[in-house]
Design a protein around this ligand. Structure first.
Ligand SMILES: Cc1cc2nc3c(=O)[nH]c(=O)nc-3n(C[C@H](O)[C@H](O)[C@H](O)COP(=O)(O)OP(=O)(O)OC[C@H]3O[C@@H](n4cnc5c(N)ncnc54)[C@H](O)[C@@H]3O)c2cc1C
Length: 412
């Protein structure tokens, strides 16, 4: 297979795009290796698109843009070790469907399941749960096609290499396959309701400790929940207020039979996690050290109620346990994640910048796939292993074949 004439690419929401000289969608790892070798001969950059759900410029290139949409599927299931190997382009929802058939489940998932596994896991994508790590923390191994077309097989015997690769934002090479730790299948019981903000804050610690998953959306106005397509929980609300309220969610493992009502659901894990969004927002999200979570959300709420009253998308607030991946936003740090969004028709940059300034006070680290304002020095200051990561990256890819301007600034 050869590189073909490229063209225009844009992400899910349309705030990032590029025009690449070449493109290709290999069907096998061997084809992928040939394409990377061809790019090396042509001396052009290579980037890979997953499903394009990142808001940041982590995909674009003027060189060769590869898609692994034809390199997908579950390749191996090891029931004894509770591990599965999936091709890099496999969508999370495809993994869920196969695992269900084999009596297994992913350990945790985020709000949507349409991303490609390599794209989602290696940007640090997470769900919620005080004791649950991000998705990358379940990566046990990887196959990466490196700059000269060789395959680097990471099997976990070299822990440093694994922890560097788990969150690497496409900067070490093209991930052709990943081995993931999974667990026995479980059903989840989801419950939704609405509390006023102070009730939510009072119950914050208790709900996080008592439930496998707890998270909420703080909605400044009655219209806010519509922007994220959240259901109207008035019937199960503990408050009469419609503004300055929290749309609450808990989920726990259950043996009870599947059921579904308006505000409660019991089903196989992967069928409960995802919610629906429409492409109408640009999101910023930072991982804030757990101990500063409540203070941080109060500060951003105040900012929205006083200065940026036209920014009415909900704040999403979740929990993620620390992990050892060098470039993970949760590196050795139990965290809450706080996200805000800007919507069409308003200049939301001053709001995102003010939110960044607040969250920086707590040494918060951004989600690589969501808007942030970090520069090279910030990354060095926030990530103790950043320079080790950059050194390893340069060893694997001395010519910077897999960098674009954005990734070069952060991780080059
Ligand atoms: C509606 C919506 C909901 C979201 N919900 C959540 C959530 O609940 N939790 C959360 O943490 N995040 C969430 N995100 C963010 C999202 O999970 C991440 O941005 C994720 O990286 C997107 O995956 P993708 O497959 O679209 O990857 P892309 O955005 O296409 O790519 C991400 C990065 O991975 C690289 N990459 C992709 N495939 C490969 C490969 N095979 N080899 C090497 N590098 C590769 C790309 O080059 C790029 O650097 C959400 C985003 C949206 C738009």
């Amino acid at each position: 297979m050869n590189l073909q004439k490229g063209g225009m690419w844009r992400n899910w929401v349309g705030n990032q795009y590029c025009v690449s000289q070449f493109k290709a969608a290999p069907e096998t790892e061997e084809e992928l290796r040939e394409l990377v070798r061809e790019a090396d001969k042509r001396d052009i950059g290579v980037r890979v698109s997953g499903s394009g759900h990142s808001f940041t410029p982590v995909v674009g290139t003027s060189g060769a843009l590869l898609s692994l949409a034809n390199l997908r599927g579950v390749q191996k299931i090891d029931r004894d070790r509770k591990q599965i190997t999936v091709a890099g382009g496999t969508r999370i929802n495809e993994v869920g469907k196969t695992l269900k058939q084999h009596g297994l489940s992913l350990i945790n998932q985020g709000d949507i399941d349409s991303q490609a596994v390599a794209g989602a896991f290696t940007t640090g994508t997470h769900g919620t749960g005080l004791k649950l790590g991000n998705m990358a923390s379940s990566i046990a191994g990887m196959r990466i096609v490196t700059a000269n077309g060789d395959v680097l097989d990471i099997d976990g015997s070299d822990k440093d290499l694994l922890h560097a690769a788990q969150v690497s934002v496409g900067s070490l090479g093209v991930i052709s396959a990943m081995t993931l730790n999974v667990m026995d299948a479980y059903n989840l019981h989801e419950k939704l309701w609405r509390d006023d903000f102070e009730t939510c804050m009072e119950r914050h610690d208790e709900l996080a400790a008592q439930h496998r998953h707890f998270g909420f959306f703080w909605c400044p106005t009655p219209e806010s929940r519509h922007l994220y397509c959240l259901p109207d929980t008035a019937a199960v609300s503990s408050t009469d207020k419609l503004a300055d309220v929290c749309e609450m969610k808990v989920m726990d493992v259950t043996d009870a039979a599947p059921m579904e009502s308006e505000f409660e659901k019991i089903a196989y894990s992967s069928e409960v996690y995802p919610i629906e969004y429409v492409p109408n927002f640009v999101e910023l999200e930072y991982a804030v050290p757990l101990e500063h979570g409540k203070e941080a959300v109060r500060a951003v709420r105040e900012l929205m109620l006083t200065k940026h009253t036209n920014c009415i998308y909900p704040i999403e607030y979740r929990f993620t346990a620390g992990d050892p991946a060098w470039m993970s936003p949760f590196y050795h740090q139990d965290s809450i994640t706080l996200s805000v969004s800007g919507g069409p028709g308003i200049d939301y940059w001053p709001f995102l910048k003010d939110t960044d300034e607040i969250l920086r006070r707590y040494n918060s680290r951004p989600h690589w796939g969501k808007m942030h304002f970090l520069d090279t020095q910030d990354v060095t200051d926030l990530y103790p292993r950043a320079n080790d990561f950059r050194k390893l990256r340069r060893e694997l890819d001395p010519k910077g074949r897999f960098l674009n301007d954005h990734i070069r600034m952060l991780l080059g």
